[in-house]
Design a protein around this ligand. Structure first.
Ligand SMILES: *Cc1c(COP(=O)(O)O)cnc(C)c1O
Length: 389
């Protein structure tokens, strides 16, 4: 019997066996020719996955929060005005983080489950002279999806840098950085990129690099300073070794493997697979009669979902029952409604089988907690929605 449970949380996710195998080698020197080639290859492939041929990639050991910090530290100077477009927990985190670099942080908050409209954003941009705005492509606390396209356009129109927190979206939700005019897009290895936790991955546009080069004051954050990392990234891209901080050698080998698998699938196919899985999962929850945090299909992410429990079901009991069925799910994250909802990650390597196993486990967990449900109803909806799209 397979003892391992299916990990269906919004990161870390289920990884491709080949990615895990790529890490399981004796660690080489970070200047060994083989490793230099792998690192350079990973940097090249990042540009294809981000759809950003003109971008400057950065790969630094750390979590997604370091990627957030890196964008802020390098692009924001004291007194700069910045706008945070918040659709949940990670928007609030970005506002707190940015306040370390400037005292001019405005937050434009969506009502829970809603998107922020381009009109609302434009009203802010007309009002004040912002240097930069951030938004969360998929907020992992609410499963709300934002469309980056109009934000990229507004950024161009008003000369405001656009920073996309893609920690729960890059390589899962459609994102074409260059075409859509996004200046910075970042993620972390453990989410839809499909590599164990430990890497911050960021792509900066030529416009963002120019703004950084023309800074007045030096970057206050030593570890995040592009001054330290840019020569390293340029060296490895040119297949030359360089040193600032020791790279996470084994994780970078895993990254190379995962990016190769992603590109073999093809970006459009991958975005489509995520759409299909997202749609099918939402159909299953609808069949179960569960409400979701996102207010509509349009505002619902495809990389994770956030359903409310039915009345009377306790979070701990439900999650334990799902785990007993072999599927690990995540609890709520928004402080004010934490015990009222759960989160299911369905990004990265997730297959139709994983989807059905997860829906089946949720169905059983609901039934075991006394919820009246026709056995197989959710599974049937998931299957139909998946196979129809
Ligand atoms: C996970 C996540 C983060 C933070 O990443 P860590 O690796 O946990 O530091 C930031 N933003 C979003 C949207 C996330 O999903």
């Amino acid at each position: 019997m397979k003892a391992r449970k299916l990990l269906m949380i919004p990161g870390p996710i289920e990884f491709e066996p080949e990615v895990i195998q790529a890490m399981a080698i004796p660690t080489t020197s970070h200047v060994a020719p083989d490793f230099v080639e792998s690192f350079g290859h990973a940097l090249d492939m990042m540009k294809e996955v981000w759809l950003s041929p003109s971008g400057q990639p950065f790969v630094v050991a750390g979590s997604g929060t370091l990627a957030m910090d890196m964008a802020a530290a390098n692009l924001v100077e004291p007194g700069d005005r910045v706008l945070v477009i918040s659709t949940g927990y990670f928007g609030e985190r970005y506002a707190n983080l940015l306040a370390r670099y400037t005292d001019q942080v405005d937050v434009l908050r969506a009502s829970r489950g809603e998107q922020v409209s381009p009109e609302q954003i434009e009203a802010y941009l007309k009002e004040k002279d912002y240097k930069l705005m951030t938004f969360t492509h998929v907020d992992t606390s609410t499963a709300v999806l934002m469309d980056p396209r109009p934000i990229g356009e507004l950024g161009k129109k008003y000369g405001v840098l656009t920073v996309l927190d893609g920690v729960c979206s890059v390589a899962g939700e459609e994102m074409k950085q260059d075409e859509w005019g996004i200046d910075v897009a970042f993620t972390a290895s453990q989410k839809a990129i499909g590599v164990p936790p430990g890497l911050a991955l960021l792509m900066a546009s030529p416009r963002a690099m120019d703004v950084w080069k023309n800074r007045i004051k030096p970057v206050a954050n030593y570890y995040a300073d592009w001054e330290n990392w840019l020569p390293i990234m340029e060296a490895y891209a040119n297949r030359k070794p360089a040193y600032f901080g020791t790279p996470a050698v084994n994780l970078i080998l895993a990254l190379e493997t995962s990016l190769r698998i992603i590109l073999e699938e093809g970006m459009d196919q991958r975005f489509n697979r995520h759409r299909k899985i997202g749609r099918a999962f939402r159909a299953a929850m609808k069949a179960a009669g569960l409400d979701m945090i996102p207010a509509s299909e349009d505002s619902a992410a495809n990389t994770l979902s956030a359903p409310f429990y039915p009345e009377g079901i306790a979070a701990g009991d439900f999650l334990a029952a799902a785990s007993a069925e072999g599927v690990i799910l995540a609890g709520g994250l928004l402080a004010d409604i934490k015990p009222r909802y759960f989160r299911v990650g369905h990004m990265g390597a997730t297959t139709r089988n994983d989807l059905l196993a997860t829906v089946g486990a949720i169905e059983s967990a609901l039934q075991k907690n006394g919820y009246d449900l026709k056995p197989g109803a959710c599974l049937q909806s998931a299957q139909q929605a998946y196979d129809a799209s």
